[in-house]
Design a protein around this ligand. Structure first.
Ligand code: SF4
Length: 375
């Protein structure tokens, strides 16, 4: 009998963090790693398929990687965190949602969709971080699948990243719980939330709910994570003026200093809606600014959205960072992260000086250096 991906992954586990598990009656468990907070019966997995109850204990993904890539940090996207830095990015498999337009479906839907093939490779955190340092990465990011459902492994990698002086980040759908955010807080510096809609019915179509995502955004801000929010604007799904206005008002209500990225959809996976026109992005950005947001960016259309790729001082309107796609064309912030003209402090996590870019495009590290095939 041939070994399935599920068989392989069932071996690549260890017991979940006690902070994220609650014992229920009849050997059942409740998992608190994501907003589903699944009650899981003995022998069963949670909604994500990768965390499961074996003998009354919660087992969670461990010790493998299904993709490692070096990305410019602008690709995450973080625009107010170490511009130009190389982000050593790793992912595992699975997701708690099943978005029809997922751009990472090969890893996120590996256990639901037989077309999604991304072989896991055994990974060792020390070797991953040594590789990240060798390549010149400043930031290490858990991404490509939903990192909340693989939080224990991310924290293990981040322990080593922090010991090496690196910054850490999550690229997440934001379907979190108070418990998992407390668990991550000592280890995660940057947190990107994908705010997909402001309509609970839409979220339910994707397999989630709106309320936990909104709660996460508020908590992340209160707890002091550096937060940026992305909305992939999908024509016919979430591009109405009403919905974009509600999203912008919500973010501005949490903090007008949170950067909001409105990015262009390109036909992907199961969703065949048309590509997002430039005009829709420009309109979404105007809605964001009218709501009071100080930093709104239009993404996925390099060179096509005028000044909407650039960062300006919200006080004197001096251009501070000029971008073309992921490429930093100009960087003018002071060593304190302030506008050089009027000295206004710009919210974000800034390096003392801009050290240039190792790459403005993603690239793969040499195969097999930090991870070996798990099969
Ligand atoms: S991570 Fe989410 S979907 Fe997976 S078992 Fe835990 S609560 Fe359920």
């Amino acid at each position: 009998m041939s070994t399935t991906l599920k068989d392989v992954l069932d071996q690549q586990v260890r017991e979940g963090a006690p902070e994220l598990v609650e014992s229920l009656d009849r050997n059942r468990l409740r998992c608190h790693a994501c907003g589903h907070q699944c009650p899981i019966a003995e022998g069963q997995p949670g909604v994500c398929q990768v965390r499961f109850n074996r003998g009354g204990k919660l087992f969670v993904p461990w010790g493998y990687s299904a993709g490692v890539q070096c990305d410019p940090i602008e690709k995450k996207p973080f625009f107010h965190a170490y511009p130009g830095a190389l982000a050593y990015s790793f992912g595992m498999l699975g997701c708690d949602l099943h978005c029809g337009y997922c751009q990472n479906w090969v890893t996120s839907q590996a256990l639901r969709d037989p077309r999604a093939v991304s072989p896991p490779r055994r990974a060792v955190p020390e070797r991953m971080i040594a590789e990240a340092v060798d390549l010149g990465a400043r930031v290490v990011v858990s991404t490509y699948n939903e990192p909340l459902i693989t939080s224990e492994w991310a924290v293990e990698v981040f322990r080593h990243a922090k010991a090496a002086g690196l910054v850490t980040g999550f690229v997440s759908n934001g379907n979190a719980t108070p418990r998992v955010l407390e668990f991550l807080h000592p280890w995660v510096d940057l947190y990107k939330v994908d705010l997909k809609s402001f309509n609970d019915r839409h979220y339910r179509k994707l397999g989630g709910r709106l309320a936990p995502v909104l709660d996460t955004v508020g908590r992340l801000q209160q707890m002091g994570f550096w937060v940026e929010i992305v909305t992939l604007v999908v024509p016919g799904f979430n591009d109405s003026v009403e919905e974009l206005s509600e999203m912008a008002a919500f973010i501005a209500g949490v903090s007008p200093e949170i950067p909001w990225h409105v990015t262009a959809f390109h036909t992907d996976y199961k969703m065949e809606n048309p590509d997002t026109p430039r005009e829709t992005l420009v309109q979404a950005a105007a809605i964001g600014r009218r709501a009071g947001l100080k930093f709104v960016y239009a993404g996925n259309r390099p060179g096509d959205v005028g000044e909407l790729e650039n960062t300006f001082c919200p006080e004197c309107h001096e251009r501070l960072i000029e971008r073309w796609g992921y490429f930093i064309r100009d960087y003018r912030l002071t060593a304190q992260g302030a506008c050089p003209k009027c000295k206004t402090r710009i919210p974000g996590r800034w390096a003392e000086k801009f050290g240039g870019q190792i790459a403005a495009h993603p690239f793969l590290p040499r195969r097999g250096t930090a991870a070996d095939r798990a099969e």
